[in-house]
Design a protein around this ligand. Structure first.
Ligand SMILES: Nc1ncnc2c1ncn2[C@@H]1O[C@H](COP(=O)(O)OP(=O)(O)OP(=O)(O)O)[C@@H](O)[C@H]1O
Length: 476
C-alpha cells in the first residue's frame, strides 16, 4: 500500500455537477491531495465502506439525499473525517445547521479554489494537532507508567472494592498510607474508573507549592491582587473544571488554605484572590497524605471539620510489609516496567531465592523502594537473571534504615552506587544530599520538619529531592 505524504489528504468529493467533478479531479492532485469523486450520496456511502478519508466535501443538494444526510452517516462511521458542506447563498442557514452537526466548515458556491485550498490547509493543521496530542498522551502515559493497581492480598482486595464503589460517584476521597505505598496510583485509578475519565485530571503536590503563592495557585487571582499580579490568573480549581483535582500531600496545606478548601467543598465555589465574586467549579476532589491527620488535629495543625468533610470515603493503603503476598507480582510488574517489557517476558528473570530475600525485608519506602530495587537489580544484572547478590545492599542485608550515616563504608550500598561521582570523589553536592537525607530520616521523613531543621524552604527541599531522584535515575 502506498504511504501517504504527511501534507497530503485523502478527500471524498460528492457532487452531481460533472464540471465540478472534473475540476476537483484536476485540482486536488495538483495541490498534493488524493481525491475520490462520487456523483451522489449513495455512492459516497458505498465509498466510505471501503476507504478512509481525512476530509469529505459534500454538496448540500443532491438528487438522492442531502449533504446533511451524508454528513450524519459519515460522522457515525468515520467521526475523524472532517466534513465541508458546499451550499448556495440561499441555504446558509442549513450550512449553519451542518456546523452544529459537526461539519468542519462550509463553502458557498460558486467555489473558488483558493477558498477550498485554505480550508484544506486548516484541516491539515487540525490533523497535525490531533496527532501531536495523541503522541503527547502516549508519552505522558509512558512517563507515568502503567496505572494498573497491582495486588490481590486480602487488604488490597478491600482497597479494590472501595475503589469500585466510590469511583463512579462524585464523592471526595481521602487516601492515606505511608510514603511510596501507592496513593498516587489509587487516585489515578479512581479517576480512570470515574465518569470524569475524559475530563482533566489535575495533580497538585501541595508540599511543593510556595507558601506565598499557594492560594493564588489553587484559587487564582485578579490582576493587581498583589504586587506582581500583572494579569488575571486561573487557579487549579478552575483548570480542573469538569474533572478531578488530586491534592497530594494534603497535610502540607496551611490552615488558611484549609479553610478555603472546606469552603469549596461546602459551596462548590472558589473566589480568586482580589475578586469580589465567586466562581462555581464542578470539580471532584481526591486527597492523599502520608501524615497522621488525627495527630495533626491534636497539634492544632489540621482542621477537624475539614478532615470529617474529606474522609467520608477513606482508603487506607497498607504498607508493603503488611501485604507481603503481593510482593512477587509487584516485583515482576515493576521489573517489567524498568526493562520496558511485559511481566510475562521478565517472569523468569527473578530467581525464587531472590523473591525469598525480598520477602524477608521490611520495605520502609514501600512499593517505591521496591520499584527502585528492581530498577537497580535489572541494571546490575545486565538484563540477565537476577540473583540475591544483584539486590541493593540494604535489601540483601535486611537493613531497613538506609545507612545515610556511613555512606562511604559500603561501596555496594545503592545510595552510593546511585549517587553520581560517589566513588572516591564526593562532591560538595553529594555531601549536601547526604546531610539532607540524614535529617529527613531523623525527622521520620516529615518534610516540613526537615526543611525547618535545615533552614531551607519546603519548596527548596522538594526541588533538591526531585533533582537528586533524577540524578539517581540517570546514574542508574
Ligand atoms: N499497587 C501498585 N501497583 C503498581 N505500582 C504501584 C503500586 N503501588 C505503588 N506503585 C508504584 O510505586 C511508586 C510509588 O507509588 P506512589 O507514587 O503512588 O506512592 P505514594 O503513596 O503516592 O507516595 P508519596 O506519599 O511519597 O507521594 C510508583 O512508581 C507507583 O507506580
Amino acid at each position: 500500500m502506498a504511504t501517504q505524504p504527511h501534507n497530503s489528504l485523502r478527500i471524498l468529493f460528492v457532487d452531481d455537477e460533472s464540471s465540478l467533478q472534473e475540476f476537483m479531479r484536476l485540482e486536488m492532485p495538483r495541490l498534493g491531495h488524493q481525491v475520490t469523486v462520487c456523483q451522489d450520496g449513495t455512492t459516497a456511502l458505498q465509498a466510505l465502506k471501503t476507504a478512509t478519508f481525512d476530509a469529505a466535501i459534500l454538496d448540500l443538494r443532491m438528487p438522492d439525499m442531502t449533504g446533511i444526510d451524508v454528513l450524519e452517516k459519515l460522522k457515525q462511521v468515520s467521526p475523524d473525517t472532517e466534513a465541508v458542506i458546499m451550499t448556495g447563498y440561499a441555504s446558509k442557514e442549513t450550512a449553519v445547521e451542518a456546523l452544529r452537526l459537526g461539519a468542519f466548515d462550509y463553502i458557498t458556491k460558486p467555489c473558488r479554489i483558493v477558498e477550498i485550498e485554505g480550508i484544506l490547509i486548516r484541516i491539515l493543521e487540525r490533523r497535525k494537532l490531533k496527532n501531536k496530542n495523541l503522541a503527547l498522551q502516549t508519552r505522558v502515559q509512558a512517563a507515568e507508567g502503567s496505572t494498573g493497581l497491582i495486588g490481590h492480598s486480602p487488604t488490597m482486595d478491600v482497597v479494590h472494592r472501595v475503589i469500585e464503589t466510590v469511583a463512579p460517584t462524585d464523592s471526595t476521597v481521602l487516601i492515606t498510607g505511608e510514603t511510596g505505598s501507592g496513593k498516587d496510583v489509587v487516585a489515578r485509578t479512581i479517576y480512570q474508573k470515574s465518569r470524569r475519565a475524559d475530563m482533566p485530571f489535575v495533580p497538585v503536590n501541595c508540599g511543593a507549592l510556595s507558601p506565598t503563592l499557594v492560594e493564588s495557585e489553587l484559587f487564582g487571582h485578579r490582576k493587581g491582587a498583589f504586587t506582581g499580579a500583572d494579569r488575571d490568573h486561573k487557579g487549579l480549581f478552575e483548570v480542573a473544571n469538569g474533572g478531578t483535582l488530586f491534592l497530594d500531600e494534603l497535610g502540607e496545606l496551611n490552615k488558611n488554605i484549609q479553610v478555603k478548601l472546606l469552603r469549596f467543598l461546602e459551596s462548590g465555589e472558589v473566589r480568586r484572590l482580589g475578586d469580589t465574586e465567586s466562581i462555581r467549579c464542578n470539580v471532584r476532589v481526591i486527597c492523599a497524605t502520608n501524615r497522621d491527620l488525627h495527630k495533626m488535629i491534636q497539634a492544632d495543625e489540621f482542621r477537624e471539620d475539614l478532615m470529617y468533610r474529606l474522609n467520608t470515603f477513606e482508603i487506607q493503603l497498607p504498607p508493603l510489609r503488611e501485604r507481603r503476598e503481593d510482593l512477587p507480582q509487584l516485583a515482576k510488574h515493576l521489573l517489567a516496567r524498568s526493562a520496558k517489557r511485559t511481566p510475562e517476558q521478565v517472569a523468569n528473570l527473578l530467581k525464587p531465592e531472590t523473591i525469598d530475600a525480598m520477602l524477608d525485608y521490611e520495605w520502609p519506602g514501600n512499593v517505591r523502594e521496591l520499584a527502585n530495587a528492581m530498577e537497580y537489580a535489572y541494571i546490575v544484572a545486565g538484563g540477565q537473571e537476577i540473583g540475591v547478590g544483584h539486590l541493593p545492599a540494604n535489601v540483601r542485608l535486611k537493613r531497613s534504615k538506609i545507612p545515610f550515616a556511613q555512606p562511604l563504608a559500603d561501596q555496594n550500598s545503592p545510595m552510593i552506587l546511585q549517587m553520581p561521582g560517589a566513588a572516591n570523589t564526593r562532591t560538595l553536592h553529594d555531601i549536601e544530599m547526604e546531610h539532607i537525607l540524614r535529617v529527613l530520616e531523623k525527622n521520620n521523613r516529615n518534610k516540613p520538619a526537615t526543611a525547618a531543621e535545615l533552614g531551607i524552604s519546603l519548596k527548596t527541599l522538594y526541588n533538591k529531592l526531585n533533582r537528586w531522584e533524577e540524578q539517581r535515575k540517570t546514574a542508574g
